[in-house]
Design a protein around this ligand. Structure first.
Ligand SMILES: [Fe+2]
Length: 279
């Protein structure tokens, strides 16, 4: 491991802040250590980075191919970068419910790299929850049941024609509900492809029901799981500053963006990295 890399866990279950690294110019050795930390902690935080959009893309491409989100507006100059913007007059924000990005895709995204470009003086933090710690804390009986279940994930109710989006209050989203047509079925418990840890993989934003169950039948157990996996002891909270970077693993974590800064601008740049089918 690189000698100048400093890793500080953000909580006992999930997340770590890494100091002593410049994401714009990292040796392969340092990148290897960052990758290991990513598998260990699920979400990594970096401060005082000055990544240009091109450097943001170059860093993301070290991990894999970039997925262009079909619902978010790209930046004016870089179509591979999605802009997550909340203006002072907007009341809603993007990502306020706990979720994993792209769980509605057949091959869900590996993770996302979010760069803070403009943040309010206070507020706008992001919460992360660790899905392997949440799984480990379940009873053996429930684990056994969950290991046999699959669940459906959809973007239709969030981004499609049935969504309740007020387009005037969501500058960051594209008005293309026709793209929200494909659902995906995934195991309720996945084995993380890198860490080998078992992780709960249902989330309140995109999961609709268990495979073979009705939505009504699914709701009580899903609600239990949503409340369980987001218990404070499985979470950490990240306070953004301009130049902060967070990179999270969508297979190992969930996140939610706190909406407590209405009246102030918050502009973030997000790149999402392609994943593989999960099992
Ligand atoms: Fe998100």
């Amino acid at each position: 491991m690189s000698l100048d890399l400093e890793i500080s866990p953000a909580s006992p279950c999930v997340g770590a802040e890494i100091r002593g690294v410049d994401l714009a110019q990292m040796s392969d050795e340092t990148f290897g250590a960052v990758k290991q930390a990513f598998a260990d902690y699920g979400v990594l935080f970096f401060r005082d980075q000055s990544l240009s959009p091109d450097q943001h893309i170059a860093f993301a491409e070290r991990w894999g191919d970039i997925v262009v989100n079909r619902f978010f507006s790209p930046t004016d100059t870089h179509p591979k970068i999605a802009e997550v913007r909340k203006e002072p007059h907007h009341k809603k924000n993007i990502g306020a419910r706990w979720h994993t990005d792209h769980s509605y895709d057949i091959e869900p995204a590996l993770g996302s790299v979010l760069v803070a470009r403009e943040v309010p003086k206070t507020g706008g933090d992001t919460m992360f929850a660790g899905m392997s710690a949440a799984y480990d804390a379940l009873s053996e009986g429930l684990k056994e049941q969950l290991n046999r279940l699959k669940a459906w994930h959809s973007s239709r109710h969030s981004f499609g024609y049935r969504s309740e989006i007020d387009w005037n209050d969501n500058d960051g989203r594209l008005q293309n509900p026709e793209n929200a047509l494909q659902d995906a079925c995934h195991p309720v418990v996945i084995t993380h492809p890198d860490s080998g840890k078992k992780c709960v993989y249902v989330n309140p934003e995109f999961t609709t029901h268990f495979d073979g169950w009705t939505a009504e039948e699914s709701a009580p157990l899903l609600e239990f799981l949503y409340a369980h996996v987001t218990k404070p002891e499985f979470t950490c909270r990240f306070r953004w500053e301009e130049g902060s970077v967070a990179m999270w693993d969508n297979r190992a974590t969930q996140h939610c963006a706190l909406n407590d800064y209405t009246g102030h601008r918050r502009v973030m740049h997000r790149i999402t990295i392609a994943g593989v089918a999960i099992s």
